[in-house]
Structure formats: structure tokens, C-alpha cells
Write a protein that binds this ligand. Sequence first.
Ligand code: RB5
Length: 142
Amino acid sequence: MKIAIAADHGGFELKEALKKHYGDAKLTDLGTFNRESVDYPDIAQIMVQTLRRHEADLGILICGTGIGISIAANRCKGIRAALIYSEETARLAKEHNNANIIVFGGRTMKPEDVIQYIDAFLAASYEGGRHQKRLDKLELME
Ligand code: RB5
């Protein structure tokens, strides 16, 4: 599975910590590449385009709280961005929502916790069935 990661300045340090843990080979870094202020919609847009070009199967997005970048990503058709805050929500984001982006808060979460959440998400499988008609309805929303 190809995983891309991107963050605004509020998520830069957490992004770097995750890259250190998982290694550069596992995570494709889409930026931002320093602590200078950037706008989280721009970062979300880069991630969405990367997924649409099938250059990654899963995205990890990070801003200060995870909220702004979740809002931005979820405005884009076909995107199911889940703000994860526990191992349970990580598992359910895959099993029920088949999230294609998982989101974290660089100023609100500890790297060691986020690593547990990512591992729980990657270990889970989408259940399909009754959940698929709900995902289909998401695509019809205006
Ligand atoms: C940037 O200062 C901050 O607003 C952003 O990282 C994020 O937390 C927004 O939701």
C-alpha cells in the first residue's frame, strides 16, 4: 500500500516524527517541508490530487487540530477523511467508513498515540455490506 503524508505548519513536527518512525520508504512526503506558515486548504488539495492520480492509496493529513484540514479534504468528491482520536475510531474509520484519508492534530496528539492509531487503521478491513450504501449516498450529496 502506498501512503502519502502531508501537513501544514501546525502538523509539521508530528509529520516528521511519523516519517522517522515508519521510514521514508513507507511514507511519501507531500510537504510542507518547514515550519513557515501555510494554508491547510492548499495542503489538503495537494493530497486529494495525489489520491486522484492514484499515486497513493491512503493519505495521512495533519494540521494543528486536524479539524481545518478535515473540513478542507471532505469538500472534495470521493474523499472520506476521518479525524482519528483513538484506536477504536481508527479501526471503525476503516471497517465502516473505508476512509481514504486519516487525519491527526499535531498540536493535540502525541506521536506515540498517533502511531497506535495508524497501526490500528492499517490492521483493519472495510466491512462493506450495509456500509456501502451509506458511502454511495455520500457521493450524491450536494
Ligand atoms: C494553523 O495555525 C491552524 O489553524 C491549523 O493548523 C489548524 O489547526 C486548523 O484547523
